[in-house]
Design a protein around this ligand. Structure first.
Ligand code: SF4
Ligand code: SF4
Ligand code: SF4
Length: 226
């Protein structure tokens, strides 16, 4: 599927026909929304496709106004120095845990799950900077934004691109189709179609937080024998 078709599929998946409709749809009240099945948004990172270009990091910072030197997302070079031909990169960001300790410990509920999308996000104005959420996160992906003095995490661009009916900035920026975003509770979503045929893993499932990010691990390429 081309990037454009993928994008259309995502938009269909979240029930948005246009950017304008996206704003209206997002504004549905909780009771209307609860009649539908709650979404479970997730992201898939394919290590075999990532070339480590950092375009996703740059787009994330721009879309979400992340201060220079801070990151909601970064791409780590995990290449073994003894095997430089086998390049390997890893996306590091909030795992959007279903059982999220960050939201559990927040005394002001600044860190919470959005009532419509279920995405772990922030009410920046309510954050008192206590850092409980940062300590509670086993994936070490939260930080205090130097400009807002509030804690922050990747929220799939909930307050920016998502509201406008667009894909997260990182997904839109990736020229190599290494990132896919969608609703796991939508059987027709593109992310579900891929997960049906590809082996994907969660990072450190032993933490018990049920992370929503999925990773397709890097495979050594072989030689076709046919
Ligand atoms: S933009 Fe895509 S290819 Fe580039 S580092 Fe990010 S995920 Fe990897
Ligand atoms: S990865 Fe950390 S910040 Fe993200 S939902 Fe899980 S516990 Fe919260
Ligand atoms: S730093 Fe902010 S978001 Fe985190 S637990 Fe404290 S008040 Fe909640």
């Amino acid at each position: 599927m081309s990037s454009e078709n993928k994008r259309r599929s995502f938009i269909k998946g979240i029930g948005l026909g246009s950017a304008l409709l996206g704003s209206i749809q997002y504004g549905l009240n909780a009771s209307e929304e609860s009649k539908k099945k709650k979404p479970h948004y997730a992201m898939l990172f394919d290590q075999n496709k990532c070339v480590g270009c950092s375009d996703c990091e740059i787009a994330c910072a721009k879309v979400n106004h992340v201060p220079k030197g801070q990151h909601r997302l970064y791409v780590e070079d995990q290449t073994n120095p003894n095997d430089l031909k086998f390049k390997k990169y890893m996306r590091v960001s909030c795992q959007q845990c279903v059982d999220s300790p960050c939201t559990e410990v927040c005394p002001t509920k600044a860190c919470h799950k959005d009532s419509i999308t279920n995405i772990v996000t922030m009410n920046t104005d309510d954050c008192i900077g206590c850092k409980y959420c940062i300590v509670a996160c086993p994936y070490d992906v939260r930080f205090i934004n130097e400009e807002t003095n509030a804690a922050e995490n990747c929220n799939f661009c909930l307050n920016t691109n998502f509201k406008e009916g667009k894909e997260p900035g990182c997904v839109a920026a990736c020229k190599y189709d290494a990132l896919v975003f969608g609703d796991l509770n939508d059987e027709e979503s593109y992310i579900n179609k891929i997960l049906a045929v590809k082996d994907a893993a969660r990072l450190k499932p032993g933490f018990g937080t049920k992370p929503s990010l999925r990773y397709i691990p890097k495979l050594k390429t072989g030689v076709y024998d046919e």
